[in-house]
Ligand binder design. Sequence first.
Ligand SMILES: [Mn+2]
Length: 313
Amino acid sequence: MLMRGSEVSKYIVTAGPRSSDIDVYACAIAYAELLRKEGKDAQALIGKEFTASITESLRKLDVPFLTEYIATGTESVVLVDVSDPKHIPQQFFKSQVIEVFDHRPMFINEWVSSPKLSVKIEQVGACATLIWEEVEKRGFAENISSESALLLLAAIVSNNLAMKSPLLTQRDRSAFETLKEKASISTTWVAEYFTEQEEHLYANLTTLVKADTKVTDSPIGPLVIGQIELWNASRLVAEMQQDLLACMNSVARNGRWFINIVSISEGVNYIFTPDEKTKKLLQENLSLQFRDNVAKTGTLLMRKQIMNKLTII
Ligand SMILES: [Mn+2]
């Protein structure tokens, strides 16, 4: 009788139990599909909570994944869109990880490539770009499902703000161009994808703004920074300042806060704050001008970039 050898172990592709954005969702599902195409027994394991970037339309795609899994101890684990060992699901050991894909370098020193461990931590806009490059390199670009292609495309579009992000790389651009053909999207798809998220955001504004704030040290003390990404932010800026005010004042009790409102289709940001000291700090460091409580930037700026400019004193 033949024993089942360790080479037939199951592959689990995961970013851990944290809430899943479209990058996590796409990478786990598409990479598990690639492994299955290569003859392996592989499944995506995805955190139960989804962010707005996985829109209702994308949720309707018929793609296989698990949200719970009882481990046997013999699995091989692939991490996607994450490299912090703390995010390894608790039912697995770090020694079970055989591959790591991430696009942020913070935890690169936790992983050393070896014959048993393949590490691809490279700074591109979306981890989905790394996964798509892998599909191409391993010869499955023609066989991958249109569902996986569409999810990877959505992740690249989302992370790179409709390919207008200042952090966009040529590799993201090239994956986007190829996937556009594979997923055969219409010319209005990108706008529709963001508009669908925008409607969800307007309906849940307070909760979503509060859920996405960061605190940074600044020359005027701790500063709370919110961020909202919209296809077109003009309605928010025109009509919803009172909602934003109430919501941010409840998060930043000292009144030191601003919201970075990204208006993707316009290619600009609106920065909103009622606090005079915060306005002055932003005007001096970002060379922009406030009119009442709103300043408009000349190009798209991400919160991370603004934070870098404010903390250099
Ligand atoms: Mn990501």
